[in-house]
Design a protein around this ligand. Structure first.
Ligand code: PMP
Length: 410
């Protein structure tokens, strides 16, 4: 018998598996509302004007470093400078940290890659315990598990249609107060547009949450996959980063950032991991740099080039950057418009409050059985937890969608 027969069958990916099913569904009115890819009002995945301009500039210019050779292990220096500038000079007030050389950087394979590289470092050297919100993006626990964490803990984030901060903080306090301080756990915090609920703590609530996390010695991992999609303004949406920078984090502040959604560069895998390291010992940053390089080298050696060149141009060319801000605002406006239209059509008093939610998803409150009926009878695909990607809703299908939803909750 082959030793490979010890391989056990893994369950299909909770989100991507549904698209496979959708693709072979023959329902004439089928709608895919599972995956978080932005589509316009005609149901097309379009390239943002800023990104399209950057692409054509790259195509026509010979001096924009267009060659296909390897990038350095932690990515291109230009990209690093521009992303750090965007995150720590424009989105937040971290200039001093940059000047004091306190931020390590890796150009990563989008947000997932950033989470994976951060996990490897943390699980190898800091501790193997991580707290994840319940509910959260389904891939979080998978990423942390595969990259060395052996204790995945869940804090109650949302219950009965609303945030449950008191319970969340109580759980952290009960579990972490008596822990060995040499092995501090990490915690995943969604920067904005929490996936799947679409509900985030307010600034006042974060002011209540962050001191608790800080005082318990927990290491924050900010997962910033939707910057710009909450308010429509990229800078405004970095509020959690700004607030976290008001503290010194003795075990570092980890920032996993993605251009997948806010530049529409999904498949190009463009993102970053930056770690704000404590000021002492003096060579700590370069030591961490050395391990991050080793981690990357051991998994994929170096990141892909093309998408990061596009992002780099958008970030560094003032005209393209201005356009990018407009593009993000347009996307966010359309999603908000869809949310309001559905709210008005459905007039659902008994389900989750629409207006406290924002971003790409509508967390409907439908149960798995209702989700299944929607799929089987109406060809409408949501994730099992009742999360609906609003980007798949448009003028052509909103009536059918709302009629079907009404039938299912009757
Ligand atoms: N974090 C969250 C919460 C997400 O929803 C996603 C995308 N679905 C990611 C991280 C990572 O996405 P990507 O790797 O495409 O940047």
């Amino acid at each position: 018998l082959s030793a490979l027969s010890r391989v056990t069958r893994a369950p299909a990916d909770k989100i991507l598996g549904l698209t496979e099913k959708f693709n072979v569904d023959r329902h004439p009115n089928k709608i895919n509302l599972t995956v978080g890819i932005y589509k316009d009002n005609r149901g097309r995945v379009t390239t943002f004007p800023s990104v399209a301009s950057a692409q054509s500039l790259l195509e026509t210019s010979l001096d924009l470093n267009n060659d296909l050779s390897y990038l350095p292990i932690t990515g291109s220096q230009d990209y690093q400078n521009n992303v750090l500038n965007f995150l720590y000079r424009e989105s937040s007030d971290g200039s001093e940290l940059l000047e004091n050389n306190r931020i390590t950087f890796v150009q990563t394979l989008s947000g997932t890659g950033a989470l994976a590289v951060a996990s490897k470092l943390l699980a190898t050297f800091v501790s193997k315990t991580v707290w994840i919100p319940n509910p959260s993006w389904a891939n979080h626990s998978n990423v942390f598990q595969w990259n060395g964490f052996n204790q995945i803990k869940y804090y109650t984030y949302y219950e009965d249609g609303k945030l449950s901060i008191d319970k969340w903080l109580k759980e952290l306090k009960e579990s972490c107060s008596s822990r060995d301080p040499d092995w501090p756990p990490s915690i995943v915090l969604h920067a904005c547009c929490h996936n799947p609920t679409g509900v985030d703590p307010t600034l006042e609530q974060w002011q209540q949450i962050l001191p608790v996390i800080h005082d318990l010695g927990i290491t924050p991992i900010i997962d910033m996959a939707y910057q710009g999609m909450e308010s429509g303004n990229l800078i405004q949406d970095a509020y959690l980063l700004r607030m976290c920078l008001e503290y010194e984090w003795p075990n570092g502040l980890f920032v996993c950032q993605s251009f997948a959604k806010n530049m529409g560069l999904y498949g190009e895998r463009v993102g970053s991991l930056s770690v704000v390291v404590p000021p002492n010992p003096l060579d700590l940053k370069s030591t961490i740099d050395s391990q991050l390089k080793k981690i990357v080298r051991g998994i994929y050696s170096s990141p892909p080039g093309y998408g990061s060149r596009v992002a780099n141009l958008v970030l560094s060319n003032p005209k393209l950057k201005q356009q990018w801000f407009v593009d993000v605002k347009n996307m966010s406006d359309r999603l908000w418009n869809v949310r309001i239209q559905m709210h008005e059509r459905l007039n659902w008093p008994n389900l989750v409050d629409f207006k406290t939610q924002h971003g790409m998803f509508y967390y409907t409150g439908l149960n798995p059985y209702q989700v299944q009926i929607l799929q089987e009878r109406y060809g409408i695909y949501l994730t099992e937890d009742g999360r609906m990607s609003l980007s798949g809703v448009n003028d052509g299908n909103i009536d059918y969608l709302c009629d079907s939803l009404r039938q299912v909750v009757q």
